[in-house]
Design a protein around this ligand. Structure first.
Ligand code: GZL
Length: 320
């Protein structure tokens, strides 16, 4: 049983005024949420899911957009502590640098839930639960698709360029490691250039232009850590007079609608799903935590892999 600020105050209120008022009327739960930013289609869908789920759950949401800057998230968390919210949830833009501010939340008896991305802290009691995808497995799935594709083209050497996500973020670190784990030791699959595109279309295009300038026709595979960077890179590939999806095989992660549209145009070959629709589970988790119920330390989400062949059939079912 986690004795949060809210449970303590509730107990005092009930004990002291039990005779005076018919019942202790529960006020709406207040959640402070610090979001990474608005860098991608995935993030936009994630924010919509959180806001919609809070509304449906009758939870008062104090929402702060950090514009992909850790210092803004630390400031927001401190502000939530000062406002005595009942629970704090956030998607940490990078893995490290959270110990101090999470200790402040713990001292204030405000439970913290991680959503989407993980943190690297020595003291795991600094957060109650982490709900999000398994990014290492997403990287493995991207590589397994490419391995199967390579088996159908045995004569070919696959020179891969990699667009990494935000430097130091859990998805960038884990998707790189998962992909590398599966291609390790295979002489046919080689990463020849790897650089961050910071999960945005603009940066993905810019870095792909640089890859094409330096490696040119030597490139025959792009592995992008998210669909937005892949879509930006597709523009660069076309502007270089090459055919994305054919001259350069495009492997990506997220499964946003833009990726399905690119697959239907024959410009992207596969997207590994990473669901942003975490809102409903997060709100239920927050209510359980504040009620003092035991909750799992780690909650993952079920996800699939969508090759271009299924894009047209699947597109009408896509929710983000
Ligand atoms: C993954 C999420 C990543 C997405 C990107 O859960 O953190 O951040 O893959 C987003 O599109 O910017």
């Amino acid at each position: 049983m986690i004795l949060t600020r809210r449970t303590l105050l509730g107990a005092v209120a009930v004990a002291s005024f039990a005779a005076a008022i018919p019942a202790f009327a529960a006020k709406p739960l207040v959640m402070g949420f610090s979001q990474v930013g608005a860098e991608s289609e995935w993030r936009t869908a994630n924010t919509a899911s959180i806001k919609d789920a809070a509304k449906k759950a009758g939870i008062t949401l104090k929402f702060a957009d950090a514009q992909q800057r850790q210092e803004n998230q630390v400031k927001a968390i401190r502000s939530f502590i000062a406002q005595h919210v009942d629970v704090i949830a956030f998607s940490p833009v990078v893995e490290s640098g959270w110990d101090t501010v999470l200790r402040e939340a713990k001292a204030a008896r405000i439970p913290v839930i991680l959503t989407d991305r993980a943190v690297n802290v020595a003291d795991k009691s600094l957060y109650v639960s982490f709900i999000g995808s398994d990014f290492v497995e997403e990287g493995r799935r991207a590589a397994r698709w490419l391995l199967d594709y390579a088996k159908k083209n045995p004569a070919k050497q696959f020179n891969i360029v990699e667009l990494q996500g935000t430097v130091g973020s859990a998805p960038a670190i884990d998707r790189k490691n998962g992909f590398q784990e599966v291609i390790a030791g295979n002489p046919k699959l080689k990463i020849i250039r790897s650089q961050t595109g910071d999960f945005t279309r603009a940066k993905g295009k810019e870095v792909m232009e640089a890859f094409l300038k330096s490696e040119g026709k030597n490139i025959n595979v792009l592995y992008a850590h998210n669909d937005d960077m892949a879509i930006g890179a597709i523009q660069a590939i076309e502007e270089a007079g090459l055919k994305p999806g054919k001259d350069i095989i495009v492997v990506s992660i997220d499964g946003v609608k833009g990726a399905f549209e690119a697959m239907m145009q024959g410009k992207l070959n596969v997207t590994v799903e990473c669901s942003p629709l975490l809102g409903p589970q997060l709100m239920q988790l927050a209510q359980d935590v504040v009620a003092g119920k035991p909750v799992p330390k780690r909650i993952t989400v079920e996800e699939g892999v969508f090759p271009a062949e299924v894009a047209a059939k699947e597109f009408p079912n896509r929710k983000y």
